[in-house]
Ligand binder design. Sequence first.
Ligand SMILES: Nc1nc(=O)c2c([nH]1)NC[C@@H]1CN(c3ccc(C(=O)N[C@@H](CCC(=O)O)C(=O)O)cc3)C=[N+]21
Length: 297
Amino acid sequence: MTDSPASFGNLIDGKGIARRLTDRVKAEVEVLRERTGGLPGLAVVLVGNDPASEVYVRNKALQTHRAGMRSFMHMLPESTPQDELLDLVARLNADPQIHGILVQLPLPRQIDPVAVTNAIAPSKDVDGLGEVNAGRLSLGVPGLVPCTPLGCLLLLQETLSVLRGLHAVVIGASNLVGKPMAQLLLREGCTVSIGHIDTRDTRGLAREGDILVVATGKHGLVRGDWIKPGATVIDVGITRVPTEGGKTKLVGDVAFDEARQVAGHITPVPGGVGPMTIACLLHNTLQAARAQLDVPA
Ligand SMILES: Nc1nc(=O)c2c([nH]1)NC[C@@H]1CN(c3ccc(C(=O)N[C@@H](CCC(=O)O)C(=O)O)cc3)C=[N+]21
């Protein structure tokens, strides 16, 4: 197997691939502005003050500006009632300056995330988590695709020349990552297996994957001997853990030092899937703006 220019050693350079995607989006935003006079606008809503979420939300605003789009931030207190959040979503749905709406998850316990994601107009659902876009993905018709799995697919396409026919194993069956990831890989012609909390032999299943996507939120779950030699490993997990020096660092769901000895290609954490998630959010916002401004791609 040869290294693509997108990798160094066997590391997949998510940061670099994300930067190139963001640059392409920026160029296309400029074309859209020349043709229509309009700029894509993204609204990000954060309820409560989880410090990690605040970092992501700030990163998203920064990258949105880098791509030449408008960014609208809404920070609501932890105690916000569901009705108030639904009112805000309704105003954002009706606002012609806003083409994409993202409500950061998880939400405080008094708010039903399903009610909120389904309240977002499907044309503005840049997270792709509402029933309409999830249904479109499962039927294989065009729609807005969740950012993290879309980013993972782009990393796989940069790394492997052919996905068709490969056995892809997805560990984790969440609505946010695992299920849409499996749909995308199926659409690409992979044979797809999904491991989840009740799977009997997750290690044995993982070892069958030519492609292994891990999205469980359990840091260090996947050890070196869970990986088929030469497999392409995409680590979606991102957990902040304390170091011996009394600081903290980010780690994935894959025991990286072991896994990189066995894998053909592997994403690092940080610098792998995370930056791609944000780049895909910008990509989705551009798609949504084009559709709403009636400009074909
Ligand atoms: N509705 C919704 N949609 C989401 O897409 C969503 C969400 N809620 N809730 C939280 C998770 C988490 N998430 C990340 C995005 C970027 C990085 C990212 O850029 N990570 C950098 C490092 C960032 C750092 O240093 O803290 C990296 O991996 O290199 C991480 C995590 C999106 N999420």
